[in-house]
Design a protein. Structure first.
Length: 280
């Protein structure tokens, strides 16, 4: 008898999200549910690692294994988990503060290692859990920066492409169908997939209207293998492109680990004396 298909309820933990009404993270969570239903991955084969901030609550709302890492340490935790348990589907989840400020130094090394996992970064340009200060991606008029920030905002996608992250994409919580499709593409990619999601904060920095007026979808004429064109898209200022910017197929961290293990076993002597004599 065939097993019953997993539905949305199979992936919901039963805990009620405590995000503010209208928060973009609701849309991200719903898209994760929908994608998991499409993929039909058993909940016990899924792990979500999160960091600090509003987005850090996400694992609690999914019926899967979850790990709440310390601030900015999502990628090292998720990378180690995937290396030790490569058969699992691993998500990393964070906000722009956790990912690009305190955790920003881990992105280039994740790009170098290319672990087979999906990093969903929910970007609202503010620290929503600590009263709306401007984050590394924003220039926000807030209580602590009434005249705007002194620093230039980061461009996360241009940085990711420069680091050669092997899959770089941008979605928007206000476009759930397209966002769910992007999550699916990121999961299908063998390697480190960074999915930047514009996820407005309705309490401190409601950007739904300006984002909705500026977005455009990347057309089929764009070749994601063209790194130069991907940079051009990431640097656009007149619009906000959504879709896959860059994609590069190359060996994953797990592939490299398996190769090293294979080479080590092929040259492994059968007894201790032979091993010792090799170094005498």
């Amino acid at each position: 008898m065939a097993e019953a298909a997993l539905d949305l309820a199979a992936y919901k933990s039963g805990l009620h999200p405590v995000w503010c009404p209208g928060c973009g993270d609701f849309g991200v969570l719903t898209c994760i549910y929908r994608t998991l239903v499409t993929k039909q991955i058993p909940p016990e084969q899924i792990v979500i690692v999160s960091g600090i901030g509003c987005s850090g609550r996400l694992p609690a709302y999914v019926n899967a294994y979850g790990f709440h890492a310390v601030h900015g340490r999502v990628l090292p935790t998720a990378t180690a988990l995937k290396a030790m348990r490569p058969e699992l589907t691993v998500f990393a989840a964070g906000g722009d503060g956790d990912a690009y400020s305190i955790g920003g130094g881990h992105i280039p090394h994740a790009a170098r290692r290319n672990p087979d996992l999906v990093y969903i970064v929910m970007d609202n340009e503010v620290y929503g859990l600590t009263k709306g200060q401007s984050s590394a991606t924003g220039d926000v008029i807030a209580g602590t920066t009434p005249y705007g920030t002194l620093e230039e905002p980061l461009n996360p996608l241009a940085i990711a492409i420069a680091y050669n992250v092997s899959f770089v994409a941008r979605g928007y919580s206000g476009k759930p169908k397209e966002l769910a499709d992007l999550i699916g593409l990121a999961m299908d990619h063998k390697g480190f997939a960074l999915l930047e999601v514009l996820s407005p904060c309705t309490t401190f920095h409601d950007t739904y209207k300006p984002i909705s007026q500026a977005i455009r979808f990347i057309g089929p004429e764009h070749d994601p293998a063209d790194r130069k064109k991907a940079f051009e898209l990431a640097l656009e200022k007149d619009s906000v492109p959504l879709g896959v910017f860059y994609k590069d197929e190359r060996p994953t961290l797990e592939d490299r680990v398996n190769l090293v293990q294979k080479k080590a076993k092929e040259g492994d002597p059968s007894d201790l004396a032979t091993l010792v004599n090799r170094f005498v």
